[in-house]
Write a protein that binds this ligand. Structure first.
Ligand code: FES
Length: 102
């Protein structure tokens, strides 16, 4: 059984937005892409950028520091300068609550 960590209510993240959540030693970005929830590490892999504070367009998030772009669904780098994908988490929504499974 994977362990499940509760992050937030679905009501806290409107479509096209993100929420920074700190829990269990992790700092995460919870994204709502057209009603689907995705979770990545909040820290950009390139530097001090916070992806939950980035500019979101569809399933792309642009880092607020040097405008690197990541795919919210997969974590892959879509536009440099980042070279390393951002970590993504298995995300579950149940009874209006967003969880990750580790
Ligand atoms: S810190 Fe995110 S692109 Fe540089």
């Amino acid at each position: 059984m994977p362990s499940r960590i509760q992050l937030c209510s679905v009501d806290q993240v409107a479509p096209g937005e993100a929420l920074r959540v700190e829990t269990s030693g992790l700092t995460l970005a919870v994204f709502n892409v057209d009603g689907q929830f995705y979770v990545t590490d909040d820290a950009c892999t390139h530097g001090p950028g916070s992806l939950s504070e980035g500019c979101i367009e569809g399933d792309r998030v642009e880092c607020n520091f040097h405008q690197g772009v990541f795919c919210i669904r997969t974590g892959e780098v879509l536009e440099p300068p980042p070279m390393v994908p951002v970590k993504t988490y298995s995300t579950v929504v149940q009874n209006g609550t967003v969880y990750i499974e580790l």
